[in-house]
Design a protein around this ligand. Structure first.
Ligand code: C2E
Ligand code: MG
Ligand code: MG
Ligand code: MG
Length: 282
């Protein structure tokens, strides 16, 4: 009968929900342990200057090497960390690791003018956590002058006035500020009116369509023109082909990142990558 079928369906649904919740809880426990045991590592993706075609910055990306599941993507565990108040612990780990590795490698300042860190929405919208992070960054004096913080466009939307204040505080302390995945929200342009950002990163969905879609090209062209008139630095993300790179150069984009130029890599490879770059230029 229909009633029984419905009841069974609900019970089945409940069971799978409980299972999901249990898996999630298990993962949170493991994440806490991974943070405590410093099982999180970082990789670096080069950012190329499109004028000199040399590495001029990097983005630091967190990685979780799980004992049995292999590498777990930050797209999976950052949302979990946000729900359980673990983002500020992760940020500190990332800053400490980057400071240690980059300091030792001796590539800060020359050629790396910027070291970009991703900060999640939950952390950005918590004034105390942002103050703590700013202080923590400044405890690493070799690294701090180069730090640039990336926030996704949607993270700044919850409270524009508060966002303006947080960004102003960061900038007053010498940390520059970037809007990640730019163009994916519905308020991209209005945002630039109110927020004094140093950089925007054009979302890779636009870059992916660049070659075949004239409208995407027009949008990128407009974003670049507007950003330039506000004195904002423009980075294109997700560059995967030589052709995309050429078009972005022609459009006057400042910097680019993507698999075509360099994948996220551990510090040893980054050092080698930069050395190769230099040999190619000489
Ligand atoms: P994001 O900041 O927009 O970073 C770009 C993502 O695109 C990275 O994925 C990068 O590996 C990938 N990517 C780079 N070039 C290409 C390309 O040419 N093609 C394609 N298809 N992908 C490319 P990843 O490392 O998995 O990070 C995903 C997201 O997780 C990041 O997006 C960022 O929002 C977040 N994230 C990464 N590290 C951290 C961190 O330390 N803290 C926080 N809060 N979030 C982080
Ligand atoms: Mg980013
Ligand atoms: Mg991005
Ligand atoms: Mg992203």
């Amino acid at each position: 009968n229909v009633a029984k079928q419905k009841k069974d369906a609900i019970q089945f649904h409940d069971k799978s929900m409980t299972e999901k919740a249990m898996l999630r809880r298990q993962m949170v426990l493991e994440l806490r342990k991974a943070i405590a045991d410093s099982q999180l590592t970082v990789v670096y993706q080069p950012k190329y200057d499109l004028h000199s075609l040399a590495v001029s910055g990097i983005e630091v990306l967190v990685r979780w090497k799980h004992a049995t599941k292999g590498f777990i993507s930050p797209d999976v565990f950052i949302p979990l960390a946000e729900d359980h108040g673990l983002t500020s612990a992760i940020s500190k780990l990332v800053v400490a690791k980057a400071a240690e590795e980059l300091g030792q490698a001796g590539i800060l300042g020359q050629p790396l003018q910027h070291v970009s860190l991703n900060v999640s929405a939950a952390e950005f919208n918590n004034a105390d956590e942002m103050t703590a992070l700013t202080n923590f960054i400044h405890q690493h004096q070799q690294l701090s002058p180069f730090i640039r913080i990336e926030i996704t466009e949607t993270a700044t939307l919850t409270d524009m006035r508060k966002s303006m204040e947080i960004i102003a505080n960061l900038q007053a302390s010498g940390i520059t500020f970037s809007i990640d995945d730019f163009g994916t929200g519905y308020t991209s342009l209005a945002m630039l009116k109110d927020l004094t950002v140093d950089e925007i990163k054009i979302d890779r969905s636009f870059v992916a369509e660049l070659e075949h879609d004239a409208r995407s090209r027009t949008i990128i062209n407009a974003i670049i023109a507007m950003a330039k008139s506000f004195d904002i630095h423009v980075v294109a993300e997700g560059v995967e082909t030589a052709n995309q790179l050429n078009i972005l150069q022609q459009l006057g984009c400042h910097q680019a990142q993507g698999y075509y130029l360099g994948r996220p890599m551990p510090i040893s490879e980054l050092v080698e990558h930069i050395a190769q770059d230099k040999r190619a230029a000489d």
